[in-house]
Design a protein. Structure first.
Length: 219
């Protein structure tokens, strides 16, 4: 994971904790929230890894039971070692694998962000997250208006908070931070939507950002 990707993930976690008036937060408040967020990520990553491990053990036991109860092995002499048998990839088994992959990816993400914020890249991660938050604090009315203006047919107050937070981060980067190529900012916002929001959120976020890029003549 690149340092700035970790910054966006960290900023996203911080945005989820902000109350309505974001300007009330000082740098000290934000630093304290960062520490709490990293601790939460580490704790959550540990819990998710335990869940993933439990699911893997359960799957191993089910496969072993399936093997033992297969007609090939049921007809073998008592005490004889089981012969490996073909395993049918049922939708249930496939679904369990998908769940474990999702849990493992989230756990890995939490550990990566924690690693970036405690090792050599910690200042880069924290500084860029601060830049995003500072840009939103100073320009929150304009950024919110950009979302309202381009989310035609949607009530701003009824938009999913996750989607709004992702858009706020991306718009702050595009219009005010201006240190990352547009394509990277948009791609990262879409990835955040895929990870943390609904099935339709990625295309919604992508569409809003595309309009903002055109309207503001960004290149």
């Amino acid at each position: 994971m690149q340092a700035r990707r970790a910054s966006r993930e960290l900023a996203f976690i911080l945005f989820s904790q902000f109350e309505k008036n974001v300007k009330n937060y000082t740098n000290e408040d934000i630093n304290e929230m960062m520490v709490r967020s990293i601790r939460t990520l580490l704790s959550s990553a540990g819990d998710e890894l335990k869940i993933s491990l439990g699911a893997l053990i359960d799957m191993k036991n089910r496969i072993e039971d399936y093997e033992a109860e297969h007609e090939i092995n049921l007809n073998r002499p008592m005490g004889a070692q089981n012969i490996p048998v073909p395993v049918i990839m049922s939708s249930d088994l496939s679904g369990r694998i998908e769940e474990m992959i999702d849990v493992a990816e989230k756990a890995l993400l939490g550990l990566e962000i924690a690693e970036f914020t405690t090792l050599d890249s910690q200042e880069d991660v924290k500084n860029y997250a601060h830049k995003i938050i500072d840009a939103y604090q100073k320009n929150n009315k304009n950024i919110d208006e950009e979302i309202r203006k381009n989310a035609k047919g949607w009530d701003f107050d009824r938009l999913i908070k996750t989607d709004k937070d992702i858009l706020k981060i991306a718009i702050a980067e595009l219009l005010y931070v201006k240190e990352t190529p547009m394509k990277v900012v948009v791609d990262e916002a879409v990835e955040l939507a895929k990870k943390y929001s609904t099935d339709d959120s990625a295309s919604f976020v992508n569409g809003i950002l595309a309009k903002i890029i055109v309207d503001n003549g960004l290149k």
